[in-house]
Design a protein around this ligand. Sequence first.
Ligand code: PEP
Length: 258
Amino acid sequence: MVIRVTEPKGQDMRRKLVVGNWKMNGSRAANAELLAALKATGPWIAEVALCAPMPYLADVALSLQGDAMAWGAQDCSAFDSGAYTGEVSAAMLAEFGCRYVLNGHSERRAMHAEGDQLVADKAKAALAHRLTPIVCVGETLAEREAGQTDAVVKRQLSAVIHTLGHCISQIVVAYEPVWAIGTGKTASPEQAQAVHALLRAQLKAATEHAGDMKILYGGSVKADNAAALFAQADIDGGLIGGASLKAADFAAICRAAG
Ligand code: PEP
């Protein structure tokens, strides 16, 4: 099997980006069906990428050859190689033509005890191999109710800014309030925009390219709420979990980003 490795492109000046996060779902047959349906529906005006579970990445890469959709992984190691059983390095992903990698998804922060510095180190490893890290930040319900949203997301992003230095401009940020992920509760467009504006301001203090960086919203985005979220000034697309598993729903969200 020969997989063409494409050169990663720079960030496309705030063209909307919609990323599907399949999480630990799928099968070879179900993935083939989903990919065929999406390929038949696209391309979209927005850039679209799919983050699949590790064992399926080679299948996805092969299926998407010649298609406008990109693909990515849901995590990578902070290390290049060595005694890290179960880990997959950014170098390995890059060898297959991977474009994006999620770092610091809240499910990994919560279930795998990934702290801010580890997430930043993973993003650094990804960039070193010319992958684009999509760094996820977001507060829990308890943190929101305690009025800590701003402090939490700023702390999470700050670790990445300090670790990447001027390379911070090469990442994508995803604001994903933990209380909205997989719960059916979405942040209102105004709630999301307020946090996105805060993150943009923090990036502006770190890089002159902040205005060109993409900040995605994630958390129960559906076909019927996507357009209002994507219309906000600092929301540059979405990170889509559950709805990315159904071709018609995901395609509608991609269209809403156009
Ligand atoms: C996610 O997994 O990143 C996510 C946003 O999930 P959902 O869309 O299902 O809330």
